[in-house]
Ligand binder design. Structure first.
Ligand SMILES: Cc1cc2nc3c(=O)[nH]c(=O)nc-3n(C[C@H](O)[C@H](O)[C@H](O)COP(=O)(O)OP(=O)(O)OC[C@H]3O[C@@H](n4cnc5c(N)ncnc54)[C@H](O)[C@@H]3O)c2cc1C
Ligand code: FES
Length: 249
């Protein structure tokens, strides 16, 4: 795909806008693409990045990424007019809500991007959205305004420099009867959410992250355990989104 833009959102988070042919009609929010780094010689393993936004009409795809190593540094250097090889959409994304009612979306750090495409889709279906986004500090916050156009947004920062101080679970009151929860972020956050809602009938879906090799279910290099720890699940193929009852968090 052709690079249309590559902009810095925070000190280490960037958004890469791509344009061109892609199987847009097959995209479910929460799916990811596998990005070829250079010509693949120095870095034979592609890097998984969630689809943060896609528009089948304008034929655009946006990826929001934190620069952490060689692959994402290479992505940061891409300029408009260059081409990038992206494979996808891969994995299973977030299922549609199984029952009517308000939806809670909770994201943390670079777990936030795939929730944007989800929020866009649910907003277009007139679903009422409460969106809680957790970041380290004020310099880490991105896309709060974009999410604000889709639902009621609460920002939390660990140091309280913007929004509510503390972790996302501390921002969740008991006064709302959410039917469905969608979440992506650090495993500790997902676990805390599951504990928070224990005993309620909210249906929870979580998106997991793991280092990946093939990205298509062939190598079993990205597994998590099912709920009773009797079987492995491949995050790239069976996930990255799972019902939180299905897996061991
Ligand atoms: C399904 C899925 C979706 C993802 N979506 C996004 C996204 O939208 N935006 C984004 O910024 N990142 C996302 N990631 C993480 C991203 O794939 C890695 O950060 C990226 O591959 C790092 O590549 P690199 O070459 O820059 O770093 P590397 O040189 O490969 O690694 C640099 C450092 O990051 C750590 N690291 C690498 N990958 C992971 C990982 N998956 N989890 C935890 N630590 C890791 C390494 O252990 C090392 O310390 C996603 C991962 C998965 C599995
Ligand atoms: S990365 Fe190979 S099975 Fe998931």
């Amino acid at each position: 795909m052709l690079v249309q833009g590559n902009r810095r959102l925070t000190s280490d988070i960037w958004v890469l806008d791509l344009v061109g042919e892609f199987p847009y009609d097959k995209v479910t929010p929460g799916q990811f693409v596998h990005v070829l780094i250079g010509d693949g010689t120095a870095h034979p393993l592609r890097r998984p990045i969630s689809i943060a936004s896609c528009d089948p009409v304008g034929k655009t795809l946006s990826l929001v990424y934190r620069v952490v190593g060689d692959g994402t540094k290479w992505m940061r250097e891409r300029r408009p007019g260059e081409t990038i090889d992206v494979l996808g959409p891969l994995g299973h994304g977030f299922p549609a809500p199984q029952r009517p009612g308000p939806v809670l979306i909770v994201g943390g750090g670079v777990g936030v991007p795939p929730l944007y495409q989800l929020a866009k889709v649910l907003h277009a279906q007139n679903v009422e959205l409460d969106i809680v986004l957790g970041f380290k500090d004020h310099g880490d916050v991105f896309w709060a305004d974009e999410f604000g156009k889709l639902g009621h947004v609460t920002i939390c920062t660990e140091d309280g420099s913007v929004g509510r101080p503390g972790f996302v679970t501390e921002a969740l009151g008991d006064d709302r009867d959410w039917a469905t929860l969608y979440s992506c972020g650090p495993r500790s956050m997902l676990k805390a959410l599951k504990t928070h809602f224990q005993g309620t009938d909210i249906q929870g879906y979580v998106s997991l992250e793991e280092r990946m090799a093939c990205g298509i279910g062939a190598c079993w290099g990205c597994t998590c355990e099912n709920a009773d720890q009797s079987e492995a699940r491949r995050i790239c193929k069976d996930g990255p989104v799972f019902s939180w009852e299905e897996i061991q968090l």
